[in-house]
Structure formats: structure tokens, C-alpha cells
Write a protein that binds this ligand. Structure first.
Ligand code: 13P
Length: 249
């Protein structure tokens, strides 16, 4: 059985104090961390304090980005070891906002994924088409190429540790959610592609949906056979909204 994951991507929101306040509202509501796993991905500046706050709980900590070198003269960048040593276990890689505003290519995503895995971080690798791709019937072509390029060179053992997030770019922060059937079609496509590239391990990989997921639509999305959880932006910024999603699944 695949693990259900509900991850909050706080993006560039929350000062340190605000982040600590938000985590206080989530602590104690995370369940056993096994059947449904709650992950929070605060901005870098709040990782240390959030790590301390969740110590002893079943909430897991994720970062929103990582660099593809282990150390050195890369001003402003953060290495996997720096994240691991403060209690980070997951890292979002290749989010569409990084692809769009910071020119991250599949090659860069691939470099980051490989170093993250080598270092012991679990990558949450994001893929998704823009509206124009969808309207031109290119969703599978685009998402398929992102899957191939982002995960190039990995073996089945490594893939066991990877989480995928399908985030249609037109659904992010817009209030427009993909219908459960629409999302399921792409999730199935992704799983088939993973199976083609990596074999049976594909059945074990959690594929999350992201894009305007909230308490009112989470249950029907996650009821789909190939949707194993969610990567949540806006609705993860308030404890009560995020917990509605947790409770819905
Ligand atoms: P929203 O939930 O705000 O649409 O954002 C989704 C997302 O980008 C999560 O990574």
C-alpha cells in the first residue's frame, strides 16, 4: 500500500514567529505519521525553529529547495547536509515556480534530485503543464518529458524513495482545481511512465496532487486510485484549513 502524504508548501510566506504560531496549531493533530503523513515545508529561515517545535511529534519537515553541490562558493545556496543536520527529511524539487521564475530546467532538477537522494533527503519532484499545453493537447507530452528528464539515471532502489507531485500550473493559486477525473488521468499516465522507466517500483511511489486543493475537494481527489495525497499551498497557511484537508483524508 502506498503512503498517503499531505504536505504544506508555505512558499515565501511566514516570518519565523508566524511560522512557529502556525505549527503550534498543527501539533497534536498529525495522527501516527504512517497511514497519513503530514509534512510542512516552511521557508529556510523558519526551518530550525520548526524543527525544534516538531521534535517528538509525527510531523515531518521539508525544505522548498536545495542546491546540487555539497559545499563551496555558491552564495545564497543551501546544501543537502545543511538541511539534514537540522532535521529536514523531505525537499521539494522542481516546483513550477522555480522552473518559471528561476529558470530551473529538467537537468537542474535531475542534478538536485540525485544529490538529495545520495545525501539521504527524500525529494518531492514536481511536474505539471501550463494552460497552453493543456489547451493544445500536450499535457502528456510535457509531463512525460519532465518525468523522464527529472528522474534520468535513477535506479529502482532510488525511485522507492522519491515522491512525485503533479501540479497543473493553471490550477496553482487560481482556485481552479483539476476535476478528480482529470487529475486521475494524468496521475495514471505518470504511474505508467514510471513503470515503463523503472518497473514495478512505480506501484509503490506516492504521487501527490497540487493545485488549489482544500478541505472541500481533498477527499474526492484522494479517493482516486492513483492520487496518494496532496501538496498544498494557500490552504496550508492556516492551521484550521490545513487540518480540514488532513481530516478529509
Ligand atoms: P495552491 O494550493 O495555493 O494552489 O498551491 C499549490 C502549490 O503550488 C503547492 O506546491
Amino acid at each position: 500500500m502506498r503512503q498517503t502524504i499531505i504536505a504544506g508548501n508555505w512558499k515565501m510566506n511566514k516570518t519565523n514567529d508566524e511560522a512557529v504560531e502556525l505549527i503550534q496549531g498543527l501539533l497534536g493533530h498529525e495522527g501516527d505519521g504512517e497511514k497519513v503523513r503530514m509534512i510542512v515545508c516552511p521557508p529556510y529561515t523558519a526551518l530550525c525553529d520548526i524543527s525544534r517545535a516538531i521534535n517528538g511529534s509525527k510531523i515531518y519537515l521539508g525544505a522548498q529547495n536545495v542546491y546540487f553541490e555539497e559545499s563551496g562558493a555558491y552564495t545564497g545556496e543551501i546544501a543537502p547536509s545543511m538541511l539534514l543536520t537540522i532535521g529536514v527529511s523531505y525537499v521539494i524539487i522542481g516546483h513550477s515556480e522555480r522552473r518559471e521564475y528561476f529558470s530551473e530546467t529538467d537537468q537542474i532538477v535531475n542534478d538536485k534530485v540525485r544529490l538529495a537522494l545520495k545525501s539521504g533527503l527524500i525529494p518531492i519532484v514536481c511536474v505539471g503543464e501550463v494552460l497552453e499545453d493543456r489547451e493544445n493537447g500536450k499535457t502528456e507530452e510535457v509531463v512525460g518529458a519532465q518525468i523522464d528528464g527529472s528522474l534520468k539515471g535513477l535506479n529502482g532502489d532510488q525511485m522507492k524513495k522519491v515522491v512525485i507531485a503533479y501540479e497543473p500550473v493553471w490550477a496553482i493559486g487560481t482556485g481552479k482545481t483539476a476535476s478528480p477525473e482529470m487529475a486521475q488521468d494524468v496521475h495514471r499516465f505518470i504511474r505508467d511512465r514510471l513503470k515503463n522507466n523503472f518497473g514495478d517500483v512505480a506501484e509503490k511511489i506516492s504521487i501527490l496532487y497540487g493545485g488549489s486543493m482544500k478541505g472541500s475537494n481533498a477527499a474526492e481527489l484522494i479517493a482516486q486510485p492513483d492520487i496518494d495525497g496532496g501538496l498544498i499551498g494557500g490552504a496550508s497557511l492556516k492551521a484550521e484549513e490545513f487540518l480540514k484537508i488532513i481530516n478529509a483524508v
